[in-house]
Design a protein around this ligand. Sequence first.
Ligand SMILES: Nc1ncnc2c1ncn2[C@@H]1O[C@H](COP(=O)(O)OP(=O)(O)O)[C@@H](O)[C@H]1O
Ligand SMILES: [Mg+2]
Length: 224
Amino acid sequence: MRITVLANGKGGCGKTTLATTLASALAVSGRRVALADADPQRSSITWLARRPAEAAPIGAIDWSSADACAVARSLAISERALDWLIVDAPADLATNIGIRNRLAAVIERADSIVAPAAPSCFDVHATRSFLACIEAASGENGSADILLVENRVRKKRREHALATYAAHPPVAALRDRGVYAKLAAIGLSLFDSARPRHAQIRGEWSPLLAAMAAPMIDRVRSSH
Ligand SMILES: Nc1ncnc2c1ncn2[C@@H]1O[C@H](COP(=O)(O)OP(=O)(O)O)[C@@H](O)[C@H]1O
Ligand SMILES: [Mg+2]
């Protein structure tokens, strides 16, 4: 099983949007995937509850109030049952020692930590300190790839402040698009959609999927 954790100290940066979209990308490609929601807001769990029965299946794991033992237990079960576990982490993962301890086994075991960040100076500042914290936490025992993703990009890539992250140059840039909220409202993502326009937008996700060593999604399973 591979584990990808969506995390960043900045609220609203796109953790849940990326978690749900990546989970559906993997599910559509036929992987056995589950989405573990470790955020008390439980946005990924509610997205899964809205997901149509005929959409590619994604398992639901509620870690929103799970302690370290419960997390370790469900990790052990998932090892055998899943190809990929996507984890939607809370915003205070790096700063709240209680949360960090609860999720320590996941951070140590993670293959990749994907940090979405908007190209604004406030987000850049928050993300920089988050990356330093998470690198220290992961570096002690883990060896996750830290993958920075520019999210909600409005202008040309070269103008972005995120280019200043020397150690973690962004692996992908996702444009600001209303389609994410529209599809999320009905439990779907870009990867569930058969619309040619959505297939075109999926191209923005290819560099991230490649950096995660995920399969390239070249077919659409459902007809939504
Ligand atoms: N690339 C994007 N384009 C447009 N809207 C986005 C994008 N990424 C996230 N959003 C929107 O931003 C808001 C916050 O995103 P969300 O994924 O819930 O962030 P987080 O989980 O980090 O708090 C949501 O309304 C979501 O639809
Ligand atoms: Mg969220």
